[in-house]
Design a protein around this ligand. Structure first.
Ligand code: FCB
Length: 566
């Protein structure tokens, strides 16, 4: 192999730390060649062949000259004495003169454009690091809903549902839940101590309007007190007006299948916003119309426990109509309000991407579950399966859009499943499955959803995201999802805030107390709270509005290679 050196290369002093110049034998000429010539074929050799690359892989302490010397094995005498090819016999290498310390002349004054801050060079032996910064006014919050935390919501359809056997895992009930109705403030203190600046909660329609047309002033006052408590702690409230539960009286008259329900909801919304508007201007009308309809009217595992696709579609259309009417009503009461809706999105990917049928099945689910609602709200038209034709009253009824994202489903075509559009979610024993069979851990999914939502041109809040279980998966889950959200922000997707689900373990609907989503563990019997490590981690992130290398190192060091250049 032919090597050429530049003259200047030959006089380069050895690297002080390594004890030699690792580029010494590298062919530099090829750098000057034309682009087309830059291939090993064109060069006729591998220019990196002789380069010392081992030092790049060194971890920890720098390689010192002493270490290099120590590691050079001493050769047996007969080999030492053997003539070196190319050197005249009797050649004796001159000892390398020790480096003489010369006074260093002061550097010449630098031109203005050169006076930039010195680049941050990691100390020898330390790898480069990165901090993922979020906007200074980013909302760092937690999310919850009334029935899951308040306790003793005896006037709603969920309370009645829980009392019947077989509806909730292990026959559990919400009971006292997290006792927020009595003492939410203790948990608000915890949120404030973590450094959170946002909290999403919901108001319980059945408390505010326990009988049709009768509004409970004391209940509204209690909500006012909680919201004021948030303000006093510098935590901005986001209030959801419908999060899965209905007053019993409403359920008994047909719930969301009854066309009159839209007007009844708007009346409740008006009274609530009139009473609470002094504390809150960030409203979420309805939580997850798709989940509500799916669980209650298709799977039948939420009240009213039906399995009727036609009813499910009617319910979604009614919920969207209620959203649009509530949007206008809220703005009439509070012109500066910011009103949106929380949309649950899942990623549906084909189990076998090469199979046309799997791809079609995944697309069909995506359209039905994720897209139809967004198209209706953004473009004011119904698409399959919600219907056909215009839905013009839905247009311009979003000041922001909320994303609830948890997991991905791998979808496969199944000819026997007519009722689910010939698809089924593939079952796998993949270790990436989250606790409780909750779905697949897939952080990139949040980025894909945000990318899609960004096309709406609206501010986006991640209104829910979380993982059940003790902290085996939570720190990693949070960090990787936040990292993907950070990526989305780098692309200027307008992500304004993140509400982790949830602060304290709460009543998880049909899973009762079996799925624990809290940053803080709760013993529902004693009401004792024990923060999980992820609570401290999330607090550190919120206070810095950044993911620092220290946070990654402390709480999920296995992510170092994935999140940080090494
Ligand atoms: C969401 C719900 C929320 C909670 C989380 C885990 O779909 O909105 O109430 O149950 O799932």
């Amino acid at each position: 192999m032919r090597k050429r050196r530049r003259e200047s290369d030959q006089v380069q002093p050895p690297d002080k730390i390594l004890g030699h110049d690792p580029f010494a034998d590298m062919d530099m000429d090829w750098l000057e060649r034309e682009e087309g010539e830059l291939s090993m074929e064109a060069l006729g050799h591998d220019p990196f062949e002789d380069m010392d690359l081992e030092w790049l892989a060194q971890e920890g302490a720098p390689v010192s000259p002493a270490l290099v010397e120590e590691e050079v094995p001493t050769l047996p005498a007969e080999i030492e004495a053997a003539p070196v090819p190319g050197r005249p016999a009797g050649f004796v290498a001159k000892p390398i003169a020790p480096e003489v310390e010369r006074p260093v002349p002061p550097p010449p004054p630098r031109p203005l454009e050169a006076r930039r801050p010195a680049p941050v060079v990691p100390a020898p032996g330390r790898r480069p690091e990165a901090t993922f910064h979020f906007p200074a006014d980013f909302r760092w919050g937690v999310a919850t809903s009334a029935h899951q935390v308040e306790g003793h919501n005896t006037h709603n359809d969920w309370w009645a549902w829980e009392q019947k056997e077989g509806h909730v895992r292990n026959g559990q009930t919400s009971g006292l839940a997290c006792n927020w109705w009595e003492s939410a403030e203790a948990d608000l203190d915890r949120a404030a101590a973590m450094g959170l600046n946002a909290l999403r909660l919901s108001v319980e329609w059945s408390r505010i309007e326990p009988r049709p047309g009768t509004f409970d002033v004391a209940a509204l006052q209690r909500y006012g007190q909680i919201l004021q408590g948030l303000r006093e702690r510098n935590i901005e409230p986001m209030v959801t007006l419908h999060h899965f539960t209905n007053p019993l009286w409403l359920a008994e008259q047909g719930g969301w299948e009854n066309p009159q329900t839209v007007a009844l909801f708007v009346r409740f919304v008006r009274r609530t916003v009139e009473a609470l508007g002094q504390y809150c201007d960030l409203w979420c009308t309805i939580n997850e119309p798709n989940v509500y309809a799916y669980m209650g009217y298709l799977e039948g595992i939420f009240p009213p426990g039906r399995s009727d696709p036609k009813a499910a579609l009617t319910v979604i259309r009614q919920l969207l109509a209620a959203h649009a009417a509530a949007y206008r009503e809220i703005h009439a009461v509070q012109p500066h309000a910011r009103v949106g809706l929380a949309h649950n999105m899942r990623i549906f990917d084909p189990l076998n991407p090469r199979s046309l049928l799997d791809r079609r099945a995944a697309e069909a689910l995506d359209k039905t579950y994720n897209q139809a609602i967004l198209i209706a709200l953004a473009q004011g038209r119904w698409t399959s399966p919600l219907g056909f034709g215009l839905a013009w009253r839905l247009r311009r009824t979003l000041d922001w859009i909320g994303l609830n994202y948890y997991t991905r489903d791998m979808v496969t075509y199944d000819p026997k499943r007519r009722e689910t559009l010939f698809q089924r979610q593939a079952e796998t024993d993949d270790p990436k499955l989250l606790n409780g069979g909750y779905g697949e851990y897939y952080p990139r999914g949040i980025f894909r959803c945000l990318q899609r939502l960004a096309r709406l041109g609206l501010p986006i809040y991640v209104t829910e995201n979380g993982v059940p279980g003790d902290d085996e998966q939570r720190p990693r889950y949070i960090l990787t999802h936040l990292h993907q959200m950070w990526r989305a922000i780098q692309f200027c997707y307008p992500v304004m805030g993140y509400y982790h689900w949830t602060l304290v373990d709460n009543f998880e609907w049909n899973d009762g107390w079996m799925l624990r989503f809290g940053l803080i563990a709760l013993d529902p019997q004693t009401q004792a709270r024990t923060p999980r490590p992820s609570a401290a981690m999330y607090g550190e992130i919120a206070r810095a509005s950044a993911i620092t290398p220290q946070v990654i190192e402390t709480y999920a060091s296995q992510l170092r290679a994935e999140l940080l250049p090494g």
